[in-house]
Design a protein around this ligand. Structure first.
Ligand code: NAD
Length: 297
């Protein structure tokens, strides 16, 4: 596939570089008797969640961390999950706790997220961490996907200071925390931020004046090249399945950005797959290593 003159932002390579740094940091911590521990809790047997969870456990172990998965049946009472979280909160060998989403329908995700000790909430969804992110307090945890986007911008040397960043999507997982990260002072930030969403009047008018476009919409190929300013940096968070009879599985993955047309005008662009996707687990482990360092035990 052609990508014009745009630089392809390689999330596979950056995720590996992040993991390599972490591996060194984990070795240093080991000398002080600290082994960062991540416990992932999986309730039920959603097949996509099972894949994510296996990959999180495997990657933590590869880095020399303690990676553990607790699997609970789909009909587990909420009180039992809460009791498990209480035990993990109290366990000094567990530095990061992640309860895999989605939870079964009878459980209330908001209550569960609030049960996790904010110091171990490496997903960054506890209101304390959401607040710390907005305030700019560095000891909190930012959600992994937008943190991964910022890491890509930093590692590719994208100058973000004073730039117009337009984020499309206002979810609590991607859009809103992305805006909170980019508006802060610091590396990979200092942006003038606009958040667009499903009620935005004229999306193209916003994207056309953006230096940095971050698409987190969840709809295939909404952002086309004619909606971009030449030289824009384009980050595509979307992962969408589209039917494709010629593909072995009968579908292929595309982003929220129309890659062919966008890459002809962009200065930098992330592919899907292989852009933002690989960064999420790397950032989760980065948060866990920092949680261990901050706990100091
Ligand atoms: P979401 O459905 O919660 O939010 C989508 C947002 O897009 C909403 O805020 C909505 O207002 C906005 N939107 C929808 N249609 C629009 C339109 N036509 N114009 C402008 N805005 C529109 O989704 P999410 O959880 O934020 O995820 C977004 C995408 O990112 C999905 O494709 C998801 O699969 C992907 N994602 C990838 C990763 C990863 O790479 N690791 C992680 C999380 C999400």
């Amino acid at each position: 596939m052609s990508h014009g003159s745009a630089t392809l932002i390689d999330g596979v390579a950056v995720a590996k570089a992040v993991r390599d740094d972490l591996q060194r940091e984990v070795a240093e911590l080991a000398e002080r008797g600290i082994v960062p521990g991540l416990t992932v809790v999986l309730v039920g047997d959603d097949p996509a969640s099972a894949v994510y969870v296996r990959s999180k456990e495997k990657t933590s172990k590869e880095l020399g961390m303690k990676g553990e998965t607790v699997r609970l049946p789909a009909d587990t009472p909420q009180a039992e999950l809460e009791a498990l979280i209480d035990r993990l909160n109290a366990d000094p060998t567990v530095h990061g706790i992640l309860v895999q989403s989605p939870l079964p329908k009878h459980m209330d995700e908001n209550t569960i997220v609030r049960r996790i000790d904010p110091a171990k909430d490496v997903d960054g969804f506890h209101p304390v961490n959401v607040g710390k992110l907005l305030i700019g307090e560095k000891d909190g945890f930012a959600p992994c996907t937008p943190a991964g986007v910022q890491e890509l911008l930093v590692r590719y040397g994208v100058d973000t200071s004073g730039k117009d960043a337009v984020i499309i999507g206002r979810s609590n997982i991607v859009g809103k925390p992305m805006a909170a990260l980019l508006v802060q002072q610091g590396a990979g930030a200092n942006c003038t931020v606009t958040i667009c969403h499903s009620r935005t009047k004229d999306l193209a008018a916003h994207t056309r004046r953006a230096d940095i476009v971050i698409a987190a919409i969840g709809k295939p190929e909404v952002i086309t090249g004619d909606m971009l300013r030449p030289g824009a940096v384009v980050i595509d968070v979307g992962i969408n399945r589209v039917n494709d009879a010629s593909a072995p599985k009968g579908y292929r993955l595309v982003g929220d950005v129309h890659f062919e047309s966008a890459s002809a005008v962009a200065s930098h662009i992330t592919p899907v797959p292989g852009g933002v996707g690989p960064m999420t687990i790397a950032m989760l482990l980065k948060n866990t290593v920092r949680a261990a360092r901050q706990a100091g035990k």
